[in-house]
Design a protein around this ligand. Structure first.
Ligand code: ADP
Ligand code: MG
Length: 238
């Protein structure tokens, strides 16, 4: 079943097109990975899906409904940023609760969701700390927690592990996949890490200059890259 559909999506900044006619259907529950060189439009694409960036042309369809102009909350989407984007003056608990409080969710339910997310991410002992007192890995867990508490249908991850050291990245990779298996939600994950893409993806989307170069399972792309560009990104023999 199709969850998200991009129909001929374009995005221009000041007359310059950075997304140039992207068509893509994302299956419900799929773990989709976006790869491509810096500046090819991966973050812009995620931000448009999340509703954080206007869409210049085309249609963004979620569960069959055109969502181009809907507010982020209406889309059932939550995004996790590379930079964590935590509120420095709030405790971890407040960081997790903030979005739900804004949405006027009843307090007991907020508490329940925050505690469940904290447990999932093993950050319960950190709930009363401020972001300034957290390591990079802990901060990223809080950032992921902030998405989980909203219980979105679609998670968007923009290079979430790239500020972590190599060992922690490997560990978090496994945890994120476990989270995906457990929640069964659709996830779109941007990375520049070949191993992450190959090990995590159901399908990989290779972007180049604002367009899709190839889509396929890790094995399909590895064995049958359409050109040297894709081969280079996937690490297949050239
Ligand atoms: P990626 O995430 O793949 O590295 P981005 O989506 O960040 O790429 O950027 C794609 C292109 O859009 C780049 O050329 C970038 O400079 C440009 N761009 C991104 N955001 C803006 C913006 N707010 N204003 C102008 N240009 C932007
Ligand atoms: Mg980016």
């Amino acid at each position: 079943m199709t969850h998200l559909e991009l129909r001929n999506i374009t995005k221009a900044f000041g007359g310059f097109e950075v997304i140039r006619g992207v068509d893509l259907a994302v299956n419900k529950g799929e773990f989709l990975v976006f790869v491509g060189p810096s500046g090819c439009g991966k973050s812009t694409m995620l931000r448009m899906i999340a509703g954080l960036e206007t869409i210049t042309g085309g249609q963004l369809v979620i569960d069959g409904a055109v969502m181009n102009d809907e507010a982020p909350v209406k889309r059932g989407v939550a995004m996790v940023f590379q930079s964590y984007a935590l509120y420095p003056n709030m405790s971890v608990r407040q960081n997790l609760a903030f979005g739900l409080e804004q949405a006027r969710m009843p307090k007991p339910e907020i508490r329940e969701r925050v505690e469940a997310a904290a447990e999932t991410l093993k950050i319960t002992p950190l709930l009363d700390r401020r972001p300034g007192a957290l390591s990079g890995g802990q901060s990223q867990r809080v950032a992921i927690g902030r998405a989980i508490v909203r219980d979105p249908d679609l998670f968007l991850f923009d290079e979430p592990l790239s500020n972590l050291d190599a060992e922690l990245r490997v560990h978090m990779r496994v945890e994120l996949k476990a989270l995906h298996a457990r929640l069964g939600r659709t996830m779109i994950y941007v990375t520049h890490d070949q191993t992450e893409a190959m090990t995590m993806a159901d399908r990989i989307v290779v972007f180049r200059d604002g367009q899709i170069e190839q889509i396929g399972s890790p094995l399909e792309l590895y064995n049958s890259p359409v050109n040297r560009f894709v081969a280079g990104f996937i690490g297949s023999p050239q």
